[in-house]
Design a protein around this ligand. Structure first.
Ligand code: MGD
Ligand code: MGD
Ligand code: MO
Length: 763
């Protein structure tokens, strides 16, 4: 495996199929987990089994025999690798030496086995006992101002650990609880909530069995949620039409061979998924959606003028929405020329897509990072809701909004209190249950936390999973600031870059993974998670832990809390650790409506639904109705066009999970062997005088006087809209300014980054 050369080929392989089995095989051969891994995989996403720790896609009540995908299998195999990152490993290298290693090589060292403490004298992580770690962390936290400490969570830990994590931050004295959602679907949590009163999707998995069309924006199921390909394939086979908006022609939305269907595998009988595939410009979705709405409104007016019934759901609009007339005025005022220029799409194509919308009784709007990671991303979401509202496509079967969540429990972490927004948390209830005065002021988002680290006001960072330093914008600037913190604490499974860019004191606390057996004083424990459809599932790990020294995430959180906070009879950390059902009782007491009888319901096949008012057409918005958004911009880009400026989208390959790089094969896009590449279309290449294989640098073009650069990128021709470049996340993160984020939610705008190409050495 090299990181030097790239072999661009025309992507012709369908998603799924033999390629996905080969993908699993290559990770298997490298990690060489024990042969019993197959039994483990057979329990994945099944009732009484364990829930996959890859994406947040729903778990059906009637699962397939293999209810896992290429990436779910990779994620499990990655966790259960035979490699171990032991104290002997840390004795061999200084942290400064390890900072030269690639992310890939760090994680290849395998599972962390012992709690470790950073030793300044030797510049090494050295083994320590759990007691010493908790004691050290507790005494440090006790000396710091609670407002200066951040409790970050990456969306994996189960509901029980997450609830206690949020509680411990509040008992300590802050709401500084950003999670990976703040870099991801926070635009949904804020933007969707504003317009329909729900911070999460309104659809459930069954809706995909009833929809007539799916309008699909900026989400890549082949790579990021491959189990979604099954309901999509089934829908298309029933006659449902998928209309896709994406600058990249993603294989997962073009063709799919079901790897679980032997006949399809043998005959290579791929299903064509998208009825129309519209290669919108980055950030062009507001304009594209405006075009769709404009045409729907025009057809409605024309039909009514000729005495036919209109195409809008007038009864729904009258009864359930607010701001319709003003929206009609805006849509009439925007010209098709403006729409075509901002979206990069032809009027005729948008009209044809809108005709599919009109002809469909039931429509689902699906979206992902292509909408959320833009400066005006919340307006794009508002525009998608506008389209749906025109024909009453929210709050009935087969219709609704379906944001596809990332981390397996990221939505659930928000549900049980990991939130920097105190107004979303039942603080009065917590005050009564745990006998304290919870902090009421707003906590720090991811971007606020970064600003605090940069200006020195944040002095401590606790990380429940994740690789924060690698995932955030402005990495070069942030890494330097990071080391000025007093203390950093990482609850983790494998070594990553964040652990090496540590604070003055630093602890590395290794934990169990979800597929591993978790035995506490009362016996084996189960945990629970919430998927993208607001369904809650129990999960039981059965594998032997990677090391006898590991603790569960919940036990580590309790250990830190005990060492930091005064003892109190209402906070029996040891009893909670001994029996997680006690923590579920706390969750059920705090959120009685959603989580009543939690312990009894958690192993229900298909999970239990925690409900969603917008699903029932109850709108928890300011006006009490669903809001038509009146967009203030026509492009979601924060910085517009200029000569020589490109808009960079940062992408994921099917061979990575966020900052975890499994390998260097982007099979579905036909890109092999390297991640240090720059994707650009042949016309732009010719205009810039570039040849395939040239090595170039990218510099930031945000006009804020800060120099940002990523060097050594190999020019690779690729099918993209004009003026759009593609590069990999996280390699491109030094190019994203910290201040370049969604206006409403502060989600970093990782999909429309202004850059310039600078020539470096020729090959
Ligand atoms: N294998 C694997 N699975 C994962 C992850 C992973 O890294 N690897 N990450 C997990 C996480 S945390 C998340 S949040 C999800 C992310 O899953 P997705 O939401 O699919 O995120 P991305 O792959 O970043 O981008 C999605 C798509 O947006 C398109 N796009 C870019 N800009 C625009 C635009 O302006 N408009 C439109 N319409 N489209 C655009 C891109 O071409 C891409 O196809 O996946 C989860 N699952
Ligand atoms: N440019 C750009 N930047 C982005 C994005 C983008 O599309 N483009 N996407 C953003 C998105 S959507 C997200 S969600 C963030 C992701 O940001 P994070 O969630 O912070 O990052 P991950 O890469 O998912 O974290 C991986 C690490 O988590 C630890 N880990 C894995 N499993 C477990 C576990 O079970 N328990 C514990 N305690 N630790 C575990 C391991 O040590 C591993 O190295 O990145 C964001 N950054
Ligand atoms: Mo995410």
């Amino acid at each position: 495996m090299t990181d030097e050369k790239v072999e661009p080929v025309t992507p012709s392989e369908p998603a799924g199929g033999w390629g996905s089995l080969k993908g699993i095989g290559s990770v298997f051969l490298r990690e060489l987990p024990s042969p019993t891994i197959v039994q483990t995989l057979l329990r994945q996403n099944k009732t009484e089994g364990f829930m996959c720790s890859s994406c947040a896609w729903g778990k059906p009540a009637h699962p397939h025999k293999f209810e896992f995908c290429e990436n779910g299998a990779k994620s499990t195999i990655w966790e259960l690798t035979k490699n171990r990152c032991t104290p002997e490993f840390f004795a061999k290298y200084t942290v400064t030496e390890l900072l030269e290693w690639r992310d890939y090589d760090l994680e290849m060292e395998g599972r962390l086995t012992h709690p470790m403490r950073y030793d300044e004298a030797t510049d090494k992580y050295v083994e320590c006992t759990w007691e010493a770690a908790f004691e050290g962390i507790g005494s440090s936290l006790k000396t710091l101002d609670p407002k200066s400490v951040v409790f970050y969570a990456s969306g994996k830990a189960g509901l029980e650990a997450s609830y206690l994590y949020a509680l411990s931050a509040r008992l300590y004295g802050n709401n500084n609880l950003p999670d990976s959602s703040n870099m991801c679907h926070e635009t949904t949590s804020v933007g969707l909530k504003k317009v329909i009163g729900s911070p999460v999707g309104t659809c459930v998995l069954e809706d995909f069995e009833h929809c007539d069309a799916i309008f699909y924006f900026g989400q890549n199921p082949g790579t990021n949620s491959p189990r979604f390909l099954h309901p999509l394939q089934d829908a298309v086979k029933r006659g449902c039409k998928i209309i896709t908006f994406n600058p990249v022609r993603e294989q997962g939305l073009l063709r799919f061979v079901n790897p679980q269907n032997p006949l399809q595998m043998l005959t290579d009988d791929a299903t064509e998924l998208s009825h129309m595939y519209l290669q919108v410009r980055p950030g062009g979705d507001i304009a594209a959606l405006m075009g769709l709405c404009k045409h729907v409104l025009a057809v409605d007016a024309a039909r009514i003028a000729e005495g036919s019934p209109g195409v809008l759901d007038r009864a729904f609009i009258d009864q359930h929405t607010h701001g319709f007339n003003a929206f009609v005025d805006i849509a009439s005022a925007v010209t098709w020329e403006t729409i075509e220029a901002a979206s990069g799409l032809a009027r005729a194509d948008l009209m044809a897509a809108a005709d599919v919308y009109i002809a469909s009784e039931r429509v689902i709007g699906v979206y992902g990072m292509g909408l959320t990671q833009h400066v005006h991303g919340s307006q794009s979401i508002g525009m998608l809701v506008n389209l749906m509202l025109l024909r009453g496509n929210i709050g009935r079967q087969g219709a609704g909004m379906s944001p596809v969540r990332g981390h397996s429990n990221v939505q659930g972490q928000r549900t049980v209190g990991i939130s920097e927004k105190p107004e979303l948390v039942p603080l009065d209830k917590l005050a009564e249950m745990f006998d304290f005065e919870p902090p009421r002021e707003k906590g720090l988002t991811t971007v606020d936390a970064c600003e605090g680290i940069r200006d020195g006001s944040v002095k401590g960072f606790i990380s429940l999973g994740g690789n924060f330093v690698r995932a955030i914008p402005d990495r070069a600037i942030m890494e330097e600031a990071w080391t000025r913190q007093e203390i950093t604490v990482y609850i983790a499974t494998k070594l990553n870059r964040s652990h090496l860019v540590h604070g003055k004191a630093s602890y590395l606390l290794p934990c169990l993974v979800r597929s591993e057996e978790d035995i506490q004083a009362s016996g084996p424990q189960s945990v629970s998670i919430e998927d993208s459809f607001s369904h809650i599932y129990g999960s039981i790990g059965k594998r032997a832990p990677a090391s006898e020294h590991l603790l569960s995430e919940l036990a580590i959180i309790a250990g830190i809390a005990k060492a930091t906070l005064p003892e109190h009879p209402k906070r029996p950390w040891d009893e909670w650790t001994a029996d997680y059902s006690r923590v579920r009782d706390l969750i059920a007491e705090t959120y009685a409506k959603e989580f009543h009888d939690f312990n009894q319901r958690m192993f229900q096949p298909g999970g239990f639904y925690r409900g969603n008012p917008a699903h029932d057409r109850i709108w928890k918005t300011e006006s009490g109705r669903a809001e038509f958004t009146h967009p203030t911009v026509i492009s979601a880009l924060g910085i517009g066009d200029a000569p020589g400026r490109y808009h960079l989208i940062t992408m994921r390959s099917n061979d990575q999970f966020n900052t975890t790089i499994y390998g260097f094969s982007d099979r579905l896009r036909g890109l092999e062997g390297s991640r240090t590449i720059l994707l650009i279309n042949p016309a732009d290449m010719a205009r810039a005088g570039l040849n395939e294989g040239d090595v170039v640098n990218l510099t930031g073009d945000a006009e804020d006087g800060v120099h940002r650069e990523v060097s050594g990128l190999t020019v690779t021709p690729f099918n993209l809209p004009d003026g759009c470049l593609g590069g990999y996340y996280p390699e491109m993160n030094p190019l994203i300014p910290l201040w370049y984020h969604d206006e409403a939610s502060k989600t970093p705008a990782s999909k429309g980054v202004p850059v310039r190409i600078v020539r470096s050495v020729s090959p």
